[in-house]
Design a protein around this ligand. Sequence first.
Ligand code: FAD
Length: 343
Amino acid sequence: MNIKRKVQLQNYNTLSVPSVAEYFCSVNSKNELIECVNWAEKNSLPLHIIGGGSNVLLAPKITGLVIQCRINFKKIIDQDVDHIWIEVGAGENWHSLVEWTLKRQIYGLENLALIPGLVGAAPIQNIGAYGVELCEVFERLEGLKLSDKKFTSLSNKDCDFAYRDSVFKHTLKNQFIISSVVLKLKKNPCLKLIYPALQTALAQFKNPDAFDVFNAVVSLRKQKLPDPLATPNAGSFFKNPIVSCEFAAQLKQAYPDLPQYPQEDGSIKLAAAWLIDSAGWKGKEASGVEVHPKQALVLTNRAKCEVGVILAFAESIQRDIKQRFGVPLEIEPQLLGGGVLAR
Ligand SMILES: Cc1cc2nc3c(=O)[nH]c(=O)nc-3n(C[C@H](O)[C@H](O)[C@H](O)COP(=O)(O)OP(=O)(O)OC[C@H]3O[C@@H](n4cnc5c(N)ncnc54)[C@H](O)[C@@H]3O)c2cc1C
């Protein structure tokens, strides 16, 4: 266990927000994870978990111990006629895992290619892209429950997955450190091509296979999203809002072009990008924080500002969208280190 003091986390988050952790430790095993948690408890320090830092907003100073879970392994643990179950350590890179499965002719993750970050964070917001969500292939996970310091297994149902949501944002918020994830994948491809942009990209193929889908997703993402290494960002900064069917109908009358996606429970998901774009925010900038000129959901932080500056800009967008359309926008990245909003 190598606990470091006063660690600068600017290179540990894709928004390049400056942030100093009072203590920081990268753990490689379940034993190290327990040791770290015990050490924090003995020193009465709050705990924070970071993965690849692609969906977090870091406070300028983080009191306590920041743990990065780097438990790395990937293995096939079971199979039947149609399925293969794999167990993956929380520290594995998500995109490398997608490549690893495809190389072994294991299918189901191709639509989720090129999502930044580590495997341990994927269940937190039930990552999703191009018509597929993690919950569709997720079997169970294992992690350390902080209330009793026992490694516990949680099933798909236990995780209470929803759109960009899970139990880890609610009753288990800051209460559970994921150490590994088990996915149930397929031996034969079962392509999911409902997403219109993916259909267009694959139109040239007579019979696209899983590799074509993977390549199309990678290429679409490279065209549409700024690379965090060149332009600091955290992907979508706002979640697509979900509203009642009645309210969606009113909006449709006033704004016939607003894309609406019916959900299984009867509610309607609205395209946040459309709302932000039609309110004229695309390309707008304040203090070096900008709404990306090509993708209205993405805020970029070229000036490497502190999180307070980004949040102030985001709040002005939220206020404007609420005033114009009556729709509240929720911020997608998770705050780490607290106290920031009180600035
Ligand atoms: C360019 C770009 C594109 C993106 N596109 C998408 C997309 O298409 N779809 C999508 O869903 N997301 C997308 N994201 C968001 C992000 O990639 C995902 O949310 C990803 O799962 C975050 O992984 P991470 O390891 O970086 O997590 P972090 O940002 O480090 O952490 C995110 C949250 O998970 C918690 N956490 C991390 N690891 C653990 C662990 N082991 N145990 C418990 N809690 C943990 C953290 O405390 C924090 O609350 C994008 C981000 C970027 C920058």
